[in-house]
Design a protein around this ligand. Structure first.
Ligand SMILES: *Cc1c(COP(=O)(O)O)cnc(C)c1O
Length: 392
């Protein structure tokens, strides 16, 4: 599979040749821990033990790398397992990371409560503001600038190209969490980022039936001391062992095959939900990068194919109304996570972002976050309308 093939061709075929021994069209679930050796060290296809490598996981890793336009992919048991492996592979005590002011709550908790006690420092910065990121850099110590774009739950947009230049000038790598946009809507490596991470639990898996993570490295990393990032990640993936199992890898691969069609439909539906919300008197603000009024709409339009399926909005009546509206919907499911085919609604301040209450990452308490699914959008809007008529 070459880079010249289109996105969906790669999603369906990259890393997924028909099975050599049977011709099975879909990569089998190699539910196995160890592999027979033809004489000591005589590994068939390089497989020895499934922590080190497993054919189903290899297919997923190759597919993820092909979709992100990267050199090599690594699949993990969760998005956070991938992030942890990446941080431990690349940083040592005394190193410093710039972390976004509206990072995914679990990412912030990781840097604050896990990495920091191990000596890895961080500074929080508004990554939508290039100068704020420049100011947050500690010369000589900053090794990673970590960004999400769009961010969760406020749909902030960071300029990937601009931040890559700032990172490289400082001798640091730019890591982009591409969970919300996915490789279909945004290609961070082509914009100069060095490493992409994803929680494949979300859109890439896409069916709310698997937890997983991926890390993909750029074809070329030129920052001194970190050029060998790929080998270090490979070594740490095997040495730490937070890998994706065969069945989870298979589910994620199955999800990736339809990523392009799902994302188009998520975007179609989200745009219509945004139109509906923008017309509601009780809605005080709608957050969506596709809105021309979004502060960084121009940057989003430059680096994203479309604007995704995540929408957040605030209710003028405040927290109580937001909590009640979340409970009043029938078709939307009240729940954490995002990116599945079914539509989800949640109250970030009390749910996904409860762990950042009282910190710089606190989110407004009248905020509702939607993960707009791929159902019939008229049904989704009718259900929201009913809940907002009472509580909005
Ligand atoms: C969910 C999520 C993660 C963490 O991934 P898990 O698979 O839950 O470990 C990281 N970043 C973003 C943006 C997420 O939405």
């Amino acid at each position: 599979m070459s880079d010249e093939h289109g996105f969906s061709t790669r999603a369906i075929h990259a890393g997924q040749e028909a099975d050599a021994s049977t011709g099975a069209v879909v990569t089998p679930i190699y539910q196995v821990s160890t592999f027979k050796q033809d004489g000591i060290g005589g590994f068939r296809g390089g497989y020895e033990y499934s922590r080190s490598a497993n054919p189903t996981r290899t297919a997923l890793e190759e597919c993820m790398a092909a979709l992100e336009g990267g050199s090599r992919g690594f699949a993990f048991a969760s998005g956070l397992a991938g992030q942890d492996t990446l941080v431990r592979a690349l940083l040592v005590p005394g190193d410093h990371v710039v972390v976004p002011s509206d990072a995914y709550g679990g990412t912030y908790r990781y840097f604050n409560k896990v990495a920091k006690p191990h000596g890895i420092e961080h500074t929080i910065a508004k990554v939508a503001d290039l100068d704020a990121v420049r100011d947050a850099i500690v010369p000589g110590a900053t090794k990673l600038i970590w960004i999400e774009t769009p961010t969760n739950p406020l749909l902030g947009i960071a300029d990937i190209e601009g931040l890559a230049a700032i990172a490289h000038e400082a001798g640091a790598l730019l890591v982009v969490d591409n969970t919300f946009a996915t490789s279909y809507l945004q290609q961070p490596l082509a914009l100069g980022a060095d490493i992409v991470t994803q929680s494949t639990t979300k859109y890439s898996g896409g069916h709310s039936d698997v937890v997983g993570g991926a890390v993909v490295t750029a074809k070329e990393i030129t920052v001194p001391d970190l050029e060998d990032a790929e080998e270090r990640i490979a070594f740490h993936q095997n040495s730490i062992g937070g890998i994706a199992g065969p069945f989870d890898s298979w589910l994620t691969l199955r999800g990736l095959k339809t990523l392009a069609v799902r994302m188009e439909r998520h975007c179609d539906n989200a745009e219509k939900v945004v139109d509906f919300l923008s017309d509601q008197d009780g809605v005080s603000h709608v957050y969506y990068p596709g809105l021309p009024t979004h502060v960084n709409h121009d940057v989003a339009a430059r680096q994203m194919k479309r604007f995704g399926g995540m929408v957040s909005f605030r209710l003028a009546k405040g927290e109580d109304a937001a909590v009640k509206a979340c409970a009043a919907v029938q078709l939307w499911t009240l729940g954490e996570s995002l990116g599945g085919v079914e539509s989800l609604i949640e109250h970030p301040a009390r749910m996904t972002h409860a762990s950042v209450a009282g910190t710089e990452l606190e989110v407004p308490n009248d905020l509702i976050r939607l993960s707009v699914g791929i159902e019939d959008v008229d049904d989704l809007i009718a259900d929201l309308r009913e809940a907002l008529d009472i509580h909005g």
